[in-house]
Write a new protein. Sequence first.
Length: 318
Amino acid sequence: MTDQTAARADGLRPPRSLISLHDLTPEELRTLVRRSCAWYENRRPKERPLQDLVVGTLFGHTSTRTRTAFTSGAIRLGGTVIAYGPNDLQLATGESLSDTGRILGGMLDALVVRSSVGEDDLRELADAASIPVINAMVREEHPTQGLTDIALLSHRFGSLRGLHLVYFGEGNNTAAALAHGLALVPGAALTLATPAGYGLDPAVLVRAQQTAKEWGSKVVEVHRVDDIDGDADVVYTTQWQTTGTSKSDPDWRTAFTPFAVDERLMARWPDAFFMHDLPARRGEEVTSGVLDGPRSLAWDQAQMKLASAMAVLDWCLT
């Protein structure tokens, strides 16, 4: 056990996990955004805050950007990474989350998890492990993606007061992260344009709207493109088929087609930037002309993933 882990066990500071952006205060989010922007400018820091610390990465689903970002980020900050695939741990043979957490907590300093488990399961794992657990995407939310997006917006726009982001597509875990994250940004506005029956989980939407009311931001959901109110500074979409999920209706694409982002839609807001969390299905949720066009920030988002992963690891472990 490292000195840092021992210090936490002695009660000097409880382990700080990132399970949901809803758990953060506005100041904590601003801290993570500032650190993300700093490392976006300098991805080879001289500081090694994770020196002698060991980070486990447990990925039960495919991942290009998030897995690489946390692995590379931990190494760049001086840490060592142990990678686990979906069948590498005894979880695959029936060992409980609590028992697994107790074991890993005695050997690791942090654990990054992408899985089909739920948010409550991550909290159970974190409680048992007594080390930071970082949500790299579960069913309910993709918080590190939300942080990445807000950090990139801050880097591009500076102040986000008055910014209006319009999201097109399913109310999935990325949409939940944007809702919880932008709700913490005073003066920001988020419109979720989702097909009827595919919106944000009602409980998540209510929580985000309550937070928005508290901090002077705005989160709304509409189910027709024509019902979007006002100008947009950013148009955002994501893959219609979320990783690790499926839709029961075989004709679901019919409901999603009006929410595809193409040149005609972007022409409605000629000054708006475009964002996509990737991977993209070109010709489905977005055209190649938009994704590769001059207003696209999607490739900058992908690079911000590394900086935000470094910010989260540093924030959780130091």
